[in-house]
Design a protein around this ligand. Structure first.
Ligand SMILES: [Zn+2]
Length: 127
């Protein structure tokens, strides 16, 4: 990968990481709010909100982990290489999905295997 592209991706990831850290801090703040004098309806709503926040937080943490791993790969010089076949991942693919770790061919192969695993499971289920 060209150095200019690499720098561009690094910048994208750093900005994304800052944004994610800000979001998770904001979600944490919401999670810590506790009010004791709530009636049941309030409490139910608060519980729903709490679980939505948890889901959101899990998703944010997952993305943050991918971003951190991508930044690590940039530092190690392995960013943009397919984890499976070590071929360079298509630049177009990285532009669409910067945290991708598999090239299109390997990704398609993986999806095919997942699909047949699911199908195989269904077959067993039917029998
Ligand atoms: Zn590959």
């Amino acid at each position: 990968m060209r150095k200019t592209d690499l720098i561009k991706f690094k910048k994208i990831f750093e900005e994304q990481r800052n944004q994610l850290l800000m979001n998770t801090a904001f979600i944490d703040e919401g999670l810590m709010v506790r009010e004791d004098d709530k009636d049941e309806v309030d409490q139910a709503n608060a519980d729903i909100e709490q679980s939505m926040r948890m889901q959101l937080k899990n998703r944010e943490s997952f993305t943050l982990r991918s971003v951190n791993e991508a930044l690590k790969r940039i530092d190690e010089g392995s960013y943009g290489e397919c984890e499976n076949c070590n071929d360079p991942i298509e630049l177009r693919r990285l532009q669409a999905r910067p945290t991708a770790t598999l090239c299109i061919a390997c990704k398609e192969e993986e999806e095919k295997q997942n699909a047949s695993a699911i199908l195989g499971h269904k077959f067993q289920y039917v029998h």
